[in-house]
Each structure stands twice: as C-alpha cells, then as structure tokens.
Design a binder for this molecule. Structure first.
Ligand code: NAP
Length: 321
C-alpha cells in the first residue's frame, strides 16, 4: 500500500486529493496548522475525515517536520499549504511569501537532510506567468509574475528545480491554472458571483459589485485537476507540467453565464467598482497544456460552462438539504 502526506489537506485541493488517493488505495496522512472543527469541513463533507490521519503541524519547524516524516516515511509528499489568495497577497505580502517559500525550502531541506526517497509535489500557479496572451503558456514560457503571490510561487518553483537538478530529489511542480469547486472559499470572485447571483434570483435587490470584467481566465474543474497532480507525481521522470483547459473566458462571460443560467440579465444587477481593480492586473491567463496530454494522457474534460453548471447544481442541492 502506498502512503502519501498532504500538507494543507483541509483546503480545496488537499481534500479532493485525499479522497482521490484513498480511492486508489493509498494510506493518507495530512497536516493542518491547527485542527479546528471549522477547517475540517471539507474533509467531513467529502466523508473522509475518519479515513485520513490528520496532524497539527507547523511548517516552519524543522524538527517537527523531520520527526513526522521519519515516522510515516511517505512515498509521496504533496505540499498545498499556502496563503492561496492572489488578492489577499497584496495586503499580506510577507505572510504570503513565508507560507509559500519558507515551507517549500523546509520540505526540500528536510528531504535532503534525511535522504528520503519520497517524491515531492509543489503546488505552483499560472500566476507565475503573468499575462500569457492568447497563445497560452506552456512549460517553456518565461515567468513574469504581477502579484506578491505570483512572485512567491515563482521562487518556490525555482527552489524545486534547483533541488531536483543539484541533489537528485524527485521534486516536481504542477503549474496549475484556476480551478474551481463548490468547496472553494467564499473570498474568491467566482464564489462571490455565485453567492450574489443566487441571492438576487431569490429576490435580493443588492447590486453585485465587481472589479475589471475584461480579465480573462482559464477556469477548470478542481476534481479533475487533482487526477493530473497524482499523474505528475507518478510519472517515471521528475518533470514539471502545465495544467489547464487551454481555453480562456472573460470575467464578463463568467458573470453573464451564471446570471443567464438563473434566468437573469446581469446588466440589471452588476456594477463595476473601480476600487476593486488591482494595481497590476493580469489581463489574459491561458494554459497551453499539450505536454500533459501527450506525456500523461491527461486532458481537461470540462470548460467554464460545465464548471458553472456543476457549481450551481451543488448550491441548489445544498439548499434542498
Ligand atoms: P486552499 O483551499 O486555500 O488551501 C490551502 C491550505 O493551506 C488552507 O486550507 C490552510 O490549511 C493552509 N494554509 C497554510 N498557510 C496559510 C495561510 N497563511 N493562510 C491561509 N491558509 C494557509 O488552497 P487550494 O485552492 O486548495 O490550493 C492548493 C494549493 O495550490 C495552494 O498552494 C495554492 O496556492 C495552489 N494553487 C491553487 C490554484 C487554484 O485555482 N485553486 C491554482 C494554482 C495553484 P490549514 O488552515 O488547515 O492549515
């Protein structure tokens, strides 16, 4: 039986990956910065809280991490733990940097010092590319981040590459574009749009205020991106992969589609608020994910329209419960 350790198991990707690995027969360990009832909701909702070994762990404490890794000796380590919001990173650049770069360094140093044969996965982000244009970004596209989050993810990516090339550690990065699910926290714009559109469909008169509607993003479905992550780690060679749908849609199209599916015209309910514009906004973010298809046999099945259908279906089901 294979074993995996997931740092940040309580988040969106951590909990979906835990479920996927359990289905594949893995023994799953995971860490959180603090076990509170609120942050185990995702694991509870996926019915796996009692099937994973959950530990409280500081990812800034080398001894705590070494002791744990020596004890469980995992075949695979997935590090999802991070301040993961781009918007929040402008207000909390230090916390963002520390939670991404320091934890990555600690994992790599610990694997090296203990000479562990484990495989290490780094949760890299499309934010490293900055604007991709409509050609899309692949594994050879240079990084040009525009946020403290993007800068931190780019630094973590370089560390992973360095430890792989200099010390022979099986350490890889998945460079993932935005992926959504019903368990994404409400601070993200997609969840804010859904929350408000549903309230408006039930009679609320409150206008939905959004920032720049012209930005374009490559939105995918988180549960299928998790399958790509497991394939990246289980590929014969330690290599980095770009994961996305290869299609990009504007935030305006996202909003219009959500409102239309609820029988509403977004023009009547949405206002643009310049206060929500970022100082440095990525206008177009799109993946060119051919390598994942050719090498891993992974291709996104779902596009933005499907993702919206899934999100709305889940909200409506929750309300019936
Ligand atoms: P998430 O839901 O925010 O989960 C991340 C987890 O990290 C949280 O549940 C939290 O767990 C922990 N954490 C550690 N330090 C934190 C801090 N300072 N502030 C807040 N939480 C902190 O993120 P996700 O969407 O699953 O993404 C997983 C990883 O993939 C992240 O590294 C993210 O940056 C990266 N990524 C995500 C996307 C996406 O579209 N979702 C795209 C590309 C890359 P505890 O509170 O239990 O410690």
């Amino acid at each position: 039986m294979k074993s995996a350790f997931i740092a940040g198991i309580t988040g969106q990707d951590g909990s979906y990956l835990a479920k996927h690995l359990l289905t594949l027969g893995y023994n799953v360990y995971g860490s959180t910065r603090g076990v509170r009832s609120s942050n185990t909701n995702n694991l509870k909702n996926l019915n796996i809280l009692d099937k994973v070994n959950l530990t409280t762990l500081s990812l800034y404490d080398s001894k705590e991490l070494s002791d744990l890794l020596l004890k469980i000796n995992p075949d695979e380590i997935y590090n999802f733990s991070a301040q993961s919001s781009v918007g929040r990173s402008f207000n909390y650049p230090d916390e963002t940097h520390k939670s991404i770069v320091n934890t990555t360094k600690l994992f790599l140093e610990t694997i090296k010092a203990l000479n562990l044969a484990t495989r290490y996965y780094n949760a890299c982000s499309s934010e490293c590319f900055g604007d991709t244009g409509h050609k899309g970004a692949n594994e050879h596209t240079p990084f040009n981040p525009k946020s403290p989050y993007g800068f931190a993810k780019a630094e973590a990516y370089k560390l992973v590459k360095e430890y792989r090339e200099s010390y022979g550690i099986f350490a890889v990065s998945g460079i993932l574009f935005n992926h959504e699910s019903p368990i994404r926290p409400s601070i993200y714009v997609t969840q804010k749009i859904l929350d408000n559109a549903i309230k408006i469909s039930k009679g609320s008169n409150k206008k939905l205020e959004l920032g720049n509607l012209d930005i374009k993003r490559d939105w995918g479905w988180a549960p299928e991106y998790i399958e790509a992550i497991q394939k990246i780690v289980n590929h014969n060679n330690p290599e980095d992969f770009v994961i996305g749908t290869g299609q990009s849609y504007s935030l305006r199209e996202f909003v219009k589609t959500v409102f239309k599916k609820l029988g509403l015209d977004c023009e009547e309910h949405v206002i643009v608020n310049k206060d929500f514009f970022r100082e440095s906004e990525i206008m177009v973010s799109m993946a060119s994910p051919q390598k994942a298809e050719e090498v891993l046999g992974w291709k996104a099945k779902y596009q933005m329209d499907d993702v919206i259908d899934f999100l709305l279906k889940s909200r409506l089901e929750q309300e019936l419960q």
